[in-house]
Design a protein around this ligand. Structure first.
Ligand SMILES: NC(=O)c1ccc[n+]([C@@H]2O[C@H](COP(=O)([O-])OP(=O)(O)OC[C@H]3O[C@@H](n4cnc5c(N)ncnc54)[C@H](O)[C@@H]3O)[C@@H](O)[C@H]2O)c1
Length: 252
């Protein structure tokens, strides 16, 4: 559910548009589910439906990978899993540091989905001296004083920021100065980074606000539709007797 933009031009060096890159994880998730069910091949329509993407778009996306499928057979599931994983750089291990081990940082550290996708949590870092040495998800939390050494020792290139918003830019600057070139930011603030550093922002409250907008529109459409409807015809129960309740449809 990552949202936001990377600070990158619209196309990558190998000519794959950023929008295609953003859909590759969706295909990969759908393909992994098929692979786990030992499904050997899949049509573009089936895969598009499973990934929630338009099938013409999917075929165009796969053409960037040089994958065209076989007419009448579809795409080879295992090979596509490999191709997309390779394209996304998931065939290698990516050590990740999480900075800010509060509610969110601890939940992220405990999330098993990172490791299974090639993202190994190499270190947990927090500014609170009382946290230092405490085990979270089986890893001992280290103090921010150690940040640069930890990144260097572990060859980390991806940092996750889960600190309060007020601390995020300063943490980001230190991560970048220490050699981090990709940041996943959960703090509700916009980070400034130099050229060549990618930032992805995850903000659940923004997602909820977008849903609220759609809910409001649906409610508005419902009310407008009701306004357009002619009044329903009076039924027997509407026409209660003189000593009953008021009729729902008043006589003209
Ligand atoms: N993106 C989302 O959808 C989402 C969801 C929930 C929370 N958040 C955000 O995530 C952040 C963390 O939320 P939380 O509920 O875990 O907060 P929290 O208060 O439980 O944890 C914050 C942790 O950051 C540490 N910290 C503070 N300054 C630091 C610094 N300079 N360097 C390193 N560590 C530092 C604190 O010691 C604390 O352990 C907040 O910015 C919050 O708004 C985002």
């Amino acid at each position: 559910m990552a949202t936001g933009r990377t600070h990158r031009p619209a196309t990558r060096s190998r000519g794959i548009p950023e929008a295609t890159v953003a859909r590759l994880p969706l295909y990969l998730r759908a393909l992994t589910a098929l692979s786990e069910r030992s499904v050997p091949t899949v049509s573009s329509e089936e895969l598009a439906a499973a990934a929630g993407v338009n099938s013409a778009k999917l075929r165009k996306d796969f053409s960037y990978l040089g994958s065209y499928g076989t007419r009448g057979v579809g795409y080879d599931v295992e090979y596509l899993v490999y191709q997309i994983s390779r394209e996304l750089g998931l065939t290698q291990d990516w050590p990740v540091v999480i900075v800010g081990i509060g509610n969110l940082g601890a939940a992220l550290a405990n999330y098993g989905g990172f490791a299974s996708r090639g993202f190994r949590v190499a270190a947990l870092i927090d500014a609170d001296p009382a946290m230092a040495g405490k085990p979270v998800a089986g890893i001992s939390v280290q103090h921010t004083d150690e940040l640069e050494r930890i990144i260097d020792d572990n060859g980390v290139s991806i940092g996750v920021i889960a600190t309060p918003a007020g601390a995020a830019q300063q943490v980001c600057d230190r991560l970048v100065a220490a050699g981090i070139t990709s940041i996943l930011n959960f703090a509700p603030t916009v980070l400034s980074v130099p050229e060549g550093v990618d930032v992805r922002k995850v903000d659940l409250s923004i997602e909820l606000q977008i849903l609220a907008f759609h809910e409001q529109r649906k409610a508005g459409e419902g009310e407008a539709a009701e306004d357009r409807l002619p009044p329903p015809p009076a039924t027997k129960s509407d026409r209660k007797g003189p000593d009953g309740d008021l009729p729902a449809v008043m006589p003209a």
